[in-house]
Design a protein around this ligand. Structure first.
Ligand SMILES: Cc1cc2nc3c(=O)[nH]c(=O)nc-3n(C[C@H](O)[C@H](O)[C@H](O)COP(=O)(O)OP(=O)(O)OC[C@H]3O[C@@H](n4cnc5c(N)ncnc54)[C@H](O)[C@@H]3O)c2cc1C
Length: 397
């Protein structure tokens, strides 16, 4: 049976950043990434919004706050050194009603506390200079927010890992883990492997992989589909960069917004609706095992109880394009249904605890022979190098 010193489960951006740093830290160790798909970055990483977040929103001293701004700087440096395209197009967060101004000011304060540089509160006139189609009364301008293709970044991490002697086994799905005194036996769809140490970076399946080691951290992943439209070619001119509303402080989602992509397209969304499959990219995709795992978890029903109104409203908007357009019109009043085409979706892993709380922060836990990234929601891609750096400090090998 083939044996590795370190095995990383999951070939998304967190898994590959971790693999790259692990091989740098332990050049003599054998390190392998197991990925169930035939390509890397097929799930959250490959379907995300492609934003290099600056770190404005996050609770000061949370891991998100600690990792995002420095993570974005590390990422930009990595891209400069490895000739990976990115664009600092900037982001505008706008208040459209008087009662949003205080929240916008608080956001500014929070961004400053989190160390984000370049933030500026701006008036109507400056807003119009940056985004002529936006109607707002006050804005928060973040010039240090940018855009990138995270699939390409993941591939760049993978190339460095490979060139340094790391191994990536695609089409290898981890099905079960047996533990003996000295090591872990990884049972995959292809065969068995032995490892001394395991790092779980399996995204939407992080709780399930932890359970394979009989670990129950009392966190369950509930999948949420983020649905968006693309602006037609003619309408792209209405958006120069990233345009966001002031977010609802009680929700982990940022509200529907406009996102310029690195390929020049503009996305509008996302709606956040519960998915009935962890990899359910279409509205009616269903996976009975995934549904059972959500519905049988007591925390799920507590979450439903405290969020049912928002949930219903998001469901309604998911089925009603006009409602979707109405939300977008609070940012750009002249946008209409005809400007929106090509609906698409990404699925995010939303971790909830047994009390039904939506986990807002990253969640990383360790045992004597394993590390588990239980929750790495947005800005996980921006923070990938910082998360990997943190894992390298936690690893005990
Ligand atoms: C819609 C959406 C928009 C987002 N926008 C942004 C953004 O603009 N900026 C940002 O910074 N972050 C964003 N994020 C968050 C970001 O995408 C995630 O933080 C990041 O991709 C997490 O990476 P990951 O490697 O942990 O997970 P993933 O990319 O999901 O990778 C996990 C991998 O594990 C594999 N896997 C799972 N189970 C097994 C198994 N049993 N055996 C083998 N392999 C397995 C999967 O196939 C997958 O490839 C967004 C997320 C979503 C969903």
């Amino acid at each position: 049976m083939k044996k590795f010193d370190i095995s990383i489960i999951g070939g998304g951006i967190v898994g590959l950043a971790t693999a790259m740093y692990a091989k740098e830290k332990y050049p003599e160790k054998t390190i392998c990434v197991f990925e169930k798909e035939n390509i890397l970055a097929k799930h959250q990483t490959g379907n995300n919004s492609g934003v290099i977040h600056a770190g404005i929103y996050y609770q000061p001293n949370s891991q998100k706050a600690k990792f995002c701004w420095p993570g974005s700087l590390l990422l930009r440096k990595f891209c400069d050194q490895n000739e990976i395209e990115y664009e600092m197009c900037g982001k505008l967060i706008i208040a459209t009603k008087e009662d949003e101004i205080e929240r916008l000011n608080n956001l500014h304060e929070r961004g400053l506390k989190n160390g984000v540089e370049g933030l500026e509160l701006i008036d109507k006139q400056k807003i119009k200079e940056i985004e002529p189609y936006v109607e707002a009364i006050k804005g928060l301008w973040s010039p240090n927010t940018g855009i990138i293709d995270y699939k390409k970044l993941t591939e760049a991490y993978a190339n460095i890992f490979n060139n340094n002697g790391g191994l990536i086994l695609k089409n290898h799905e981890l099905m079960n883990i047996e533990e003996n005194d000295k090591s872990l036996i990884l049972e995959t769809n292809i065969g068995e492997y032995e490892t001394n140490y395991l790092i779980n970076c399996s995204g939407l399946f992080a709780d399930r992989v932890a359970k394979m080691m009989d670990l129950d951290f009392d966190v369950r992943i509930v999948p949420f589909r983020g649905e968006y439209y693309t602006l037609t070619n003619e309408s792209e001119k209405m958006v120069n960069g990233l345009i966001y509303p002031v977010p609802d402080p009680d929700l982990p989602f940022l509200g529907v917004h406009f996102t310029k992509r690195i390929n020049g397209e503009v996305e509008a969304g996302p709606n956040a609706v519960m998915a009935y499959s962890r990899e359910g990219y279409k509205k009616f995709d269903i996976n009975l095992k995934d549904m059972y795992e959500s519905f049988s978890y007591p925390g799920f029903w507590k979450m439903v109880k405290s969020n049912w109104k928002t949930g219903l409203s998001e469901q309604y908007r998911s089925l009603n394009k006009l409602k979707f357009v109405k939300s977008l019109q609070t940012l750009i009043p002249s946008i209409s249904s005809q400007d929106l085409t090509n609906p698409g979706a990404g699925v995010r892993a939303q971790a909830i605890d047994k009390n039904g709380n939506l986990l807002q922060d990253f969640s990383i836990v360790k045992t004597n022979n394993s590390l588990h990234v239980l929750s790495a929601p947005s800005p996980g891609a921006t923070s990938s190098l910082k998360i990997a750096e943190h894992l390298m400090k936690e690893i005990t090998i």
